[in-house]
Design a binder for this molecule. Structure first.
Ligand SMILES: [Zn+2]
Length: 253
């Protein structure tokens, strides 16, 4: 395939930019040529949504789990005035600094309630064993009105909500339920097991796991170089305490 190039505006650089790919698989190859170490479509999609829904994100308390060493994570770290990133090293105690990161298990965090206004997770949720627990914990650690903003591949119309590919028992032993699939990662041995497939109706599951209002935004935006497969951005907003479902009781005559 010939190299493909798009000219537009990068929501991470926040400047005119060129997006270039040497492969047809844009999800991993359509890089912004101006972003620090590049950026990929899903990362530009997340930045675009973040700029839109929390324009003052630079002043908010941000927790990013498993950051990447390019574009969006570097920008959040550099420009966010209250930015904290975590990684999970299961062999070390949580809540402590390991290899320069706060060590946290997303499914069982040591942060107090309402510690953050924004939680960011770029392609993390397909690698946790218990997404229900992770989502509950993200909800707990968000302030009222706070947002969980994330990307992960949502592909399977045949899966209802989610399908577990692998489980972990109480002793940390992993049992495969489906053939093993790995994604590249930036820590450990460079590969990360895919534990969960998410179905088309995952928005309902998210709202059941924690009282979030859920939006899933799917892009095709050549101007911002957001093209190709799995460009979805998942936005879960923690409801204000007083809003939500209210049961109406008929007045007795
Ligand atoms: Zn850029």
């Amino acid at each position: 395939m010939n190299d493909m190039e798009y000219i537009g505006f990068c929501p991470i650089c926040e400047a005119p930019a060129r997006f270039k790919s040497t492969e047809a698989w844009y999800r991993e190859h359509l890089f912004c040529m101006s972003c620090e170490n590049g950026s990929l479509p899903r990362e530009r999609a997340l930045a675009s949504v973040l700029n839109e829904i929390v324009p003052d994100w630079r002043n908010r308390r941000i927790h990013e789990c498993s950051p990447i060493w390019r574009g969006i994570s570097l920008k959040l770290a550099r420009e966010g005035s209250h930015y904290l990133s975590t990684q999970f090293f299961p062999e070390y105690p949580t809540g402590e600094i390991v290899n320069g990161f706060r060590n946290e298990d997303l499914q069982k965090q040591t942060f107090p309630d309402e510690s953050f206004d924004i939680v960011v997770a770029l392609d993390v949720m397909e690698h946790v064993f218990r997404p229900q627990d992770a989502v509950k914990e993200i909800w707990r650690t968000l302030s009222n009105g706070g947002v969980f903003i994330a990307t992960w591949p949502i592909s399977n119309r045949l899966v209802q909500g989610m399908r577990q590919r692998a489980i972990e028992d109480d002793h940390g032993q992993v049992k495969m339920l489906e053939p093993a699939v790995y994604h590249e990662t930036m820590i450990g041995d460079g590969r990360s097991l895919v534990t969960v497939d998410y179905g088309y109706d995952v928005h309902k599951s998210l709202a059941q796991w924690a009282p979030f209002d859920v939006r899933i935004l799917r892009f095709h935006d050549e101007h911002q170089g957001i093209i190709g497969d799995y460009t979805d951005v998942i936005v879960c907003r923690k409801r204000e305490a007083e809003s939500g479902y209210v049961r109406l009781i008929k007045k007795a005559k």
